[in-house]
Design a protein around this ligand. Structure first.
Ligand code: UD1
Length: 419
């Protein structure tokens, strides 16, 4: 199994390019099931999760041609199977995103029930309730969700009792082909949902309220092909900026956007970073200073993203002061802190809050990644530790960070992949 070996101590400096967004690419790939015409996608990141989604589409009969220049050409004109099997769904929960598009276009879908994961139980009850409100009949047998619908789904009034990113995406896609108007209230407002909505508009969908918590979708009978470029990854962007701040460095990230990162950039400024932004770049400079501890509380967009929480705990572990980091979205997402304590961090947990007393330096240790963002946090901890840190189970990292060792090397860090 691959591991990352990190030699700490470098102050990050230089420039890197940010990849396309994983969390936008996955729903958009599921969305290609809504049309029989060819769709060309640009800026898809090379990540395990994207490969898994492509493998899932292929099992359904979707034709996919990769072209380095033109992007990825996808045609779902000959879908001959509407099942998402256990083997693929268990490696990637986002497979549930094919449920809405499949039942909307084919009137049936069978998707393995996604189980819990290391960060919490993560049910999909809200996805299912909303599809039922749209006329789908849903049964759960032998670990599979079966959704069937006689004719088209019907437009409905959906009120999500909790803000759910995947639920909003599934219903937005289903509503695009439904008969009548769907109103989605308390919709998640994450930028990736805006990207999905813009992709659906490019296919001919009729959606208003994009970027707000009330989405109105007038269903159409068919959607057509299009070309679409996936947005930059705001979490990858934020991860490298936090790594630079923790190492007292100065870096520029290119091919990205600052507009979706306000909550993160404000916290980095509070930590003492000098931030400047252009149309497609962000520069962070610590001027060699140690960061100051910052309090964090995660919440749905536009508040501070749960997907950036772990990285900030790593920065706070070496910052000046005491901080409180509170996780409100997932029940078990502070696991990286136990591994960081093995590296000399001073973190205690009270309920869903980590109380972090910053120390000047961490010490290298063998550590184990438990989920995607926790692994990124351990890499940051390794960068600020004395000695060689080995991060095990980095298949978690490969799910969401393209060429992580190359990108850190370009910023002057010593990071290598070992088997
Ligand atoms: C997406 C992101 C993930 C991010 C999360 C929150 C993708 C592929 N993943 O995950 O990186 O951390 O948003 O920003 O885009 N819930 C229910 N019932 C449901 C659905 C959700 O109770 O039917 C709960 C979940 O258990 C969780 C909370 O709602 O506690 C938020 O989950 P949700 O927004 O749905 O996250 P995902 O779409 O799974």
């Amino acid at each position: 199994m691959d591991k990352l070996e990190i030699t700490g101590g470098a102050c990050l400096s230089g420039e890197i390019r940010i990849s396309g967004s994983k969390n936008a690419a996955l729903p958009i790939l599921a969305g290609v099931l809504l049309s029989e015409e060819t769709i060309t996608l640009g800026n898809l990141p090379h990540l395990h999760d994207v490969t898994t989604m492509i493998a899932l589409l292929r099992t359904m009969g979707v034709e996919i041609t990769m072209d380095a220049e033109a992007g990825v050409e996808i045609n779902a004109g000959n879908v001959n199977n509407t099942t998402a099997p256990y083997d693929l769904v268990r490696t990637m929960r986002a497979s549930i995103l094919v449920l809405g598009p499949l039942v909307a276009r084919f009137g049936r879908a069978r998707v393995s029930f996604p189980g819990g994961c290391s960060i919490g139980s993560r049910p999909v009850d809200l996805h299912l309730k909303a599809l039922q409100a749209m006329g789908a009949e849903i049964t759960v047998t032998e670990g599979y969700i079966d959704a069937v619908c006689d004719g088209r789904l019907k437009g409905a009034h959906v009120l999500f009792e909790t803000v759910t990113v995947g639920g909003t995406e599934n219903i937005l896609m289903a509503a695009a082909l439904a008969d009548g108007t769907t109103i989605i209230e308390n919709a998640a407002r994450e930028p990736e949902i805006e990207d999905l909505a813009n992709f659906l508009l490019a296919m001919g969908a009729k959606i208003s309220g994009i970027g707000t918590s009330v989405l109105k979708v007038e269903g159409v009978e068919r959607l057509h092909g299009c070309r679409y470029r996936v947005m930059p990854d705001r979490i990858e962007t934020g991860t490298y900026l936090v790594a630079a701040a923790a190492t007292r460095g100065s870096i520029t990230v290119k091919d990205t956007s600052s507009s979706y990162l306000e909550a993160v950039l404000l916290k980095l400024e509070e930590a003492g970073a000098d931030i400047s932004v252009g149309e497609d770049w962000i520069k962070l400079d610590m001027h060699g200073r140690r960061p100051k501890s910052v309090n964090i509380k995660t919440a749905p967009y536009p508040a501070f993203p749960t997907d950036m929480q772990a990285q900030f705990t790593a920065m706070n572990a070496v910052s000046d002061g005491v901080s409180r980091v509170t996780e409100t979205i997932f029940e078990n997402r502070l696991m990286q802190t136990h591994e960081m304590n093995r590296m000399g961090a001073n973190i205690s947990i009270e309920g869903h809050t980590a109380i972090i007393t910053g120390t000047e330096k961490l010490q290298a240790a063998p550590v184990m990644a438990s989920d995607l963002r926790a692994s990124a946090a351990l890499v940051i901890a390794g960068l600020v530790a004395e000695g060689h840190t080995v991060v095990d189970r980095i298949y978690h990292i490969d799910r969401g960070y393209e060429c992580i060792e190359e990108k850190f090397q370009m910023l002057g860090a010593t990071v290598r992949r070992v088997s």
